[in-house]
Design a protein around this ligand. Structure first.
Ligand code: HAM
Length: 432
């Protein structure tokens, strides 16, 4: 036998087979992904979001300029390669790509406000652990053209509703990062403070003091956290418009009945944020990678990427993390074959195939047996598939056009006419 070929580290297969635990990280069934995705497809359009799809491959410059050169993502996590003289990158996130598309297609000239949602794989070369992968799936939204704060609160309410619908336990964290007018002053004050305590910081954070001091605030190292606890806070430096904006978001959330906690350490890992930032953090079901969704306002990004001065705000959620929580809760919606048809001979098999085709054409799930087995074993197979009804087709049934449809859970037998099978099944399925 030749050697097996394994999947690339940090990637995972999502299969329709049963969940099992491997290295503490349960494989997730496709049904959980489907629930997460379907609920977004149902909910997001109610808020006016329309789906947008952009390519996985983008010019590297887009992320360098968009996400920021000194971020972990751009600094060490991108899958970048030379495509015959042009540097391209497999998108590590989708906000920069959507902004690129928004600018490239002059969308602002067609509509003053734009709401887009997206779903797809993202790529970051991170250290693999539970809830953190090198290929992962994000579902997100972006809104362009609304300066807020009402849209900020509307997005947070959407995220809150979505996670509640799915039964994911979480806490909504909220912060503000100020804007170009007030953040530089805060940055300076923070740098001065961090320099004075540099010897207590981890190596990464010592480098961050000059390059990206705000990121020191969310370092996981306990010593850095101690230093961070005594650091000056953004709220002390907020300019008047930022303060008004932030209070506006909080007021709106209170009016909409959305709970949140103020979290000055919520600084996010991407450089484009201004003012509002928010994250939904799972309160159980995930280990250290407990942020289910995160986002915020990025009022300077459209301009930074060559477009007009138009504000934006959005969030992205990690589908794998959400599916992991649902896996642990054991909640899953699965489509099972409604009718399992087991033909006993060749002539019956021809009829079984035709009956299955008629059932499916009528929108009813059906599966036929491709194996030769006795009726007892066929019924066992129907049971294992989770079918609701089983129909064993023999010579007699073909001759009389009458057959017994067995309801597997109750054992009840319903006599049905084969030529009217779709109608008969629909009647029985809706009856009980
Ligand atoms: P982010 O915080 O980098 O933000 O990612 C958003 C979510 O994607 C995270 O909360 C997490 O659930 C999931 N995620 C990120 N990295 C991984 C990974 N390696 N493995 C599994 N899941 C992961 C953004 O990407 C921004 N574009 C969000 C945004 C949209 N801001 C404004 N608009």
């Amino acid at each position: 036998m030749s050697q097996k070929i394994r999947g690339v580290k940090g990637t995972r297969d999502v299969l329709p087979i049963d969940t099992y635990v491997k290295d503490e990280d349960p494989w997730v069934r496709i049904g959980h992904y489907d629930r997460v995705e379907q609920s977004a497809r149902d909910l997001f359009p109610l808020y006016g979001y329309r789906e947008a799809r952009t390519p996985v491959l983008e010019r590297t410059e887009l992320f360098v300029r968009g996400i920021g050169e000194v971020t972990d993502i751009v600094g060490k996590e991108m899958y970048t390669f030379d495509d015959r003289g042009e540097s391209v990158t497999m998108r590590p996130e989708n906000t920069a790509s959507l902004v690129r598309a928004y600018v490239e297609h002059n969308v602002n000239q067609q509509e003053p406000e734009t709401k887009w949602w997206y779903l797809g794989p993202m790529f970051r070369r991170e250290r693999q652990q539970r809830g953190r992968y090198r290929q992962f799936t994000q579902i997100g939204i972006e809104a362009f053209g609304s300066p807020g704060p009402r849209i900020d609160a509307e997005q947070i309410e959407l995220l809150d509703r979505w996670l509640r619908t799915l039964g994911i336990p979480f806490e909504m964290h909220l912060n503000t990062l100020g804007d170009a007018a007030c953040r530089p002053k805060y940055r300076e004050a923070l740098q001065a403070y961090l320099r004075s305590r540099a010897s207590e910081l981890c190596e990464d954070c010592r480098k961050r003091i000059e390059a990206n001091p705000i990121r020191v605030l969310d370092c996981k190292n306990p010593k850095c956290q101690e230093v961070a606890a005594g650091a000056p806070r953004m709220e002390q430096f907020l300019c008047e418009p930022c303060q008004v904006h932030f209070l506006g978001v909080q007021e709106m959330l209170a009016r909409l009945g959305v709970g949140f906690v103020l979290d000055p350490k919520l600084v996010r890992g991407l450089d484009y944020y201004t003012r509002t930032t928010y994250e939904a953090i799972a309160t159980s079901g995930l280990g250290s990678q407990s942020t289910v969704a995160g986002g915020g306002r990025y009022d300077g990004l459209v301009k930074e990427l060559g477009g007009p001065d138009i504000p934006g705000i959005g969030f992205a959620a990690g589908v794998e993390r959400m599916a992991l929580i649902l896996t642990q809760q054991g909640k899953e919606r699965v489509t099972r074959p409604l009718v399992f048809i087991a033909p006993l001979g060749d002539a019956e098999a021809v009829r079984a195939d035709a009956l299955a085709q008629q059932l499916r054409a009528a929108g009813l799930a059906a599966e036929v047996s491709f194996r030769k087995a006795n009726p007892g074993n066929q019924l066992k197979r129907a049971d294992a598939l989770g079918a609701r009804f089983a129909l064993v087709l023999g010579e007699q049934e073909l001759k009389t056009d009458r057959a017994k449809l067995k309801e597997l859970k109750t054992g009840a037998q319903h006599e049905v006419s084969l030529s009217a099978l779709p109608d008969e099944v629909r009647r029985l399925a809706t009856a009980g």
